[in-house]
Design a protein around this ligand. Sequence first.
Ligand code: ZN
Length: 480
Amino acid sequence: MAVDEKKKALLNWLDENAADFFRMADQIWENPEISWEEVFASGLQADYLESEGFSITRNPAGMRTAFIAEWGTGKPVLAFIGEYDALPGLSQVNEPVKKAVVEGGPGHGCGHHILGVASVAAAAATRKWLEANNISGTVRYYGTPAEEMGGGKVFMAREGLFSDLDAALTYHPSFINMPSKASTVAVVSSSFRFNGKSSHAGGAPHLGRSALDAVELMNVGANYLREHVLDGTRIHYVITNGGQAANIVPETAEVDYILRAEKLDYLLDVADRLRNIAKGAALMTDTTFEETIKSGYASMVSNHAIADLMYQALEEIGPIQYTNDELAFAQQINDTFEATNSGYIEQRIDTLKLGKQAADTLRAHSDKPLLSANFQAIDEGIVYKGATDVGDLSQVVPTGALETVCFPTCSPGHSWVNTACGGMSIGHKGLVHAAKALALTAAVLYTDKKTLEKVREEFEEQMDGKTYTPLIPEEMCPPQ
Ligand SMILES: [Zn+2]
């Protein structure tokens, strides 16, 4: 598919400025900051966008490492979404062998340094393009902290900071160039603390009210609940305080629960039923309890119309071209693990539960350690078991999700492999590929009213009149 002249300028600008974005990503990679501590990364990106003419809102929703950059006026309002948090313990040099820069230190094992900068690049390119072509509309970049642990987007969604968006374009580094039509589970993590009365377990048990009994009865109730929930629902618990000595009736006891479900509204329902079980356990044992919700991510509602536009954009750009050195680098990493190149593809087919057509499409590219081709979404109808705060965004605004190749086919997700490849040219190529596809997708949404309407209609249909309820309580604040 030929790219028209107008769009070519968008792609050219990204090629001409690519070195700046690679440098920005490298700087963030060299200074990995874990969730809520991304002072350097958020500052670097905000300063850059400010220098490019964006107005910056700092500390939105009370988060010191969040910011919103905005340029332009009026409708449509489109957003690129960035993350920049690293993972603890995944420090790694940019070489194809496992070796930490700082033993036990953090590292970009999920590629969020590329994620954020690709979206910054797309925002800057789109802004230039709108101006050059005199197209009206507003472009935003949301710098969202703590995707890995806490979920900055959840707090932003709760504050209504996404509410006036017409669409949001998200991106994540991956082993494949593909828009996603998958969903992710909703998850909530909470702690139940029961309070009873301590007494001598032998001498005066009749005076005691055991908080541990309440915890145990709650767990029994939860285990019976398991049978009467939809497939795909998960209930995990661990007792974090069961008392101190067997001869003391425990005055306090605590249990942590994590609930997962495929849909947000269903998760809210299961959470209510679990709360009733806690009430029942307290009633049975003459104790009281309080629940503290620690975090909660909504399920992902992916917009297929945007995914189709993203695929069109990928096709306009063409495949990623790798050098022999890059292929050798990736091959050396693939060889570190037990499977062959085609073995890794078979594992992907298996985990994604792909149908024959999608599986054969992937198999056709299984000889190399890096998938250079672009793929149509092959994950439609799939619910990934991992949760992300992109879910909360997707509950309030039509959200597209793109992936590009930054890691070899063996990549086991959060790992040293991702840190290594994200710190060299394989990551850079995935970054610019993503920025181009995101910007081209936005260009269509800014100029094609009908497509934007289709995107909105699909969203309305998916939400079916439901409004977003955040899983975190109103009084919960992001950590400072
Ligand atoms: Zn990630």
